[in-house]
Design a protein around this ligand. Structure first.
Ligand code: MRU
Length: 365
């Protein structure tokens, strides 16, 4: 995607360097800066501090971090140790485990001297695949937007509500739910996006608005609690969100607050779709509410809010009285029964085991 006319990806490797450059998402929308990552320690730090974030991007960054670890020490013990250290960086997005498993399998049994080269090549492959996958997924989702537009007699824009940030900076390029928005918009379908602010880290207010604005997509920022009201008044045609993990039975774990939006959508008969690549499905997990580990983040993300001061410094301002106890679960699980469907690179499925196996038959066993 373009920033000030220059094409960027959220992460890239220059030539055969044993390092990557990423867009520093902690500074957006105030400053667009990149950060170079040269070691596995730096990769873990970038994932933990959410310099890079979004399930697909966490996966690709993890793959490169793993390759950096093996470039420093390709011994068997480091193949195991670096896997564990990276895996622990953020627990909920399954794309991290997915990517690490692929790199580990690619180097298994190789002489130590070959491991880093193969690990980097594998990470490059995941990088390229992410772009392709998101492009296909976006086109599959755009067909749904077109159907809604046709059903409205091509009058007015299709109003889409989204939560968190699921755009090109959450992936390598394009995005998941926002990829669908870009695809529809680029195809000439008029769209308008209601962007949930997404407390407490405000990925919607800071990142999604920045992305949509850069791409010229009409949008309106709303407080997290406004979605239900808008749906009751017919202002939302469809909800599109991403996911950090989808269970084999179709439950979707995504940014905290997604579940409440799905409840409101269900009550108001607004279609609610999760847009996610196959790498987000955790085939080992069935009941998302009981089985998915939900990341608990620092309480000061809730008691404080970040913004920019008049002199351009990024500051953190206290909202709650000193000493206030705050809980900060970063994700929640929306049961499959509340979802209209799952949009993937292989097509659109019902949110159920049968629906997913229809698209991924190789997983039936
Ligand atoms: O905590 P974050 O910002 O990494 O959470 C991101 C999300 O919840 C996205 O919706 C999800 O990763 C899927 S879309 C890329």
């Amino acid at each position: 995607m373009k920033v000030d006319g220059v094409a960027y990806r959220s992460i890239w490797r220059d030539g055969n360097e044993s390092a990557v450059t990423v867009v520093d998402q902690t500074l957006l929308p105030h400053r667009f800066e990149t950060l170079r990552i040269e070691t596995v320690t730096e990769a873990i730090d970038a994932i933990k501090r959410m310099v890079v974030r979004g399930a697909p991007l966490i996966g690709v960054t993890g793959a490169y971090g793993y390759a950096m670890a093996l470039a420093a020490d390709a011994s068997d013990s480091n193949v195991a140790g670096a896997y564990d250290a990276l895996y622990a960086a953020r627990p909920t997005a399954v794309n991290l485990r997915w990517a690490l498993d692929i790199v580990r399998a690619a180097v298994a049994g190789l002489p130590e001297a070959e491991r880093a080269v193969v690990a980097f090549a594998t990470a490059d492959r995941l990088h390229a695949e992410d772009i392709r996958t998101n492009g296909t997924m976006a086109a599959n989702g755009a067909a749904l937007i077109r159907e809604i537009w046709e059903a409205k007699g091509r009058s007015g824009p299709v109003n889409i509500l989204t939560h968190c940030n699921t755009g090109w900076i959450a992936c390598v390029d394009w995005g998941t739910a926002l990829g669908v928005v870009y695809s529809a918009h680029d195809a000439g379908i008029p769209v308008h996006v209601f962007v949930d602010e997404t407390r407490p880290r405000n990925q919607g207010a800071s990142l999604t608005t920045w992305e949509l604005g850069s791409h010229g997509v009409p949008h309106t920022l709303i407080a997290d609690n406004a979605g239900g009201h808008l749906m009751q008044h017919g202002a939302v045609d469809i909800c599109l969100v991403g996911a950090d993990r989808v269970t084999a039975s179709g439950d979707a774990c995504n940014k905290i607050g997604t579940y409440l939006k799905a409840l409101a959508a269900h009550d108001n008969h607004v279609p609610f779709y999760v847009v996610m690549p196959g790498s987000t499905i955790d085939w080992r997990v069935d009941d998302g509410v009981k089985e998915i580990e939900i990341e608990e983040r620092a309480s000061d993300e809730v008691t404080h809010i970040s913004g920019i001061s008049g002199d351009g410094t990024i500051v953190k301002v206290r909202l709650a009285p000193k000493g206030t106890k705050a809980a900060n679960p970063a994700f929640d699980v929306t049961p499959a029964r509340l979802l209209t469907g799952l949009v993937t690179e292989r097509g659109v499925a019902k949110a159920s085991r049968e629906g997913l196996l229809g698209l991924y038959p190789e997983r039936a066993s």
